[in-house]
Design a protein. Sequence first.
Length: 487
Amino acid sequence: MNSVAYEAIIGLEVHVQLLTRSKMFCACENSYGGEPNSRTCPVCLALPGSLPVVNDEAVKMAIALGLGIHGEIRERSTFYRKQYFYPDLPKGYQITQGPVAVVENGWIEIPGDPKVRGEIQPVRIGIERAHLEEDSGKSSHDLNAKSSHVDLNRAGVPLVEIVGRPDLRSPQEASDYLKDLHRLVTFLGICDGNMEEGSFRCDANVSVRPQGQMAFGTRVEVKNINSFRNVKLALEFEIRRQIELYERGETFEQETRGWDAATGETRAQRSKEAAMDYRYFPEPDLPALTITGDEVELVRSKLPELPEARKARFMGDYGLSEYEAITVLQDRAFADYFEAVARTCGNGKQAANWMLGEVSRTLNEQGTTITKLGLLYAFLAELIQLVESRTINLMTAKEVVFPALLKGKGTPRQIVEKHGLAQVSDRGAIEALIREVLASNAAQVAQLKAGNEKLKGYLVGQIMKAGKGKVDPQLVNEILNALLAEA
């Protein structure tokens, strides 16, 4: 193997399922689940004589997305037929948008990957277009050993496909880009972002080339990526695979591969289609989509505070680091909850510490969301205030009061009073306790004085244990230092 350095070229195609009440071109209900083929009509079943009608709400959502990605909203865009023949595509073609999309030439900014760019700096990732289209149905091949089944409930569901430019240079950048898009569409309220149900999904186009070479290498499309983690894993594998092929002097064709999360590999599916293979032509049953400046401004006036602006405000108003602000903004409900806690308790930094610590750990353990946790934001704010006022110490707050709150045992103050958890802040009592512990651990005290600094933590632990976790840790350290200095 030679020492040639390679560069990855990555572009993502992201499909966003829109949160409209009805489908893209008919009045059928747009919702996940339901009895197979129960949410269909002549239009989405492609019965003869049925005619599509554009969903106005889907258009407004596409405009909102365009504004969120700094894109150009086209006054006139067109619908086309994209021909391919799958059992779950009842028309035999997909209605999508043609040469002109509703949104073009957008961008979002992500932190550049220092491993490939040399330093951490914002990188602007271009978005070629975002176009409206309809989803296909769903084929199932494991319900019966002798046949496949097709559910057309999803056929005709409105999508926006966001076609990114090949500006990403590492799997980390691809993951960051995808997370930013996910955050944007959920904050806009145009998508629920559920990757497991397929309402937010992506395909990755990736190639490698020797560093310094201007021409792109052979591009491979990787499909079936259903999580941020799998985006990184799939791209890492595919980049390694392509580099190994180049190193062995082998060539390969443009193709579509699927990501197999169980084996951690991409597998060949089919040769990659070119545009001509789809035989695009204008949709004769739909007029051009026209959008006026007034319509764009109406959508703009209803936009919520977007993640970029909210991140800057959180850093300014609450003193959060960029990492903390981005993590708190993981979804809109989580960010709203954090802000309610921060405003109520008056300490944004501590609110973030609890949200990214105990609250996030609990959500992960229970596999739930902040809206389903059942913890009032006012209770978490009160708990933070009890620690700030040194009514209880942090250990008691985390290990006793917080679990009791999750079980609905009362307000933080009620729990503290009921169980006698208020911490001891009497200097005389704490000093007496520390003297007893030091006397019981004379050997460790001697080793500490001889230079074994690690034993100080041990002694503090013994003091807290002797005080049943209710002594003021700040006073413990202060008095312990003074007593050790005396001897």
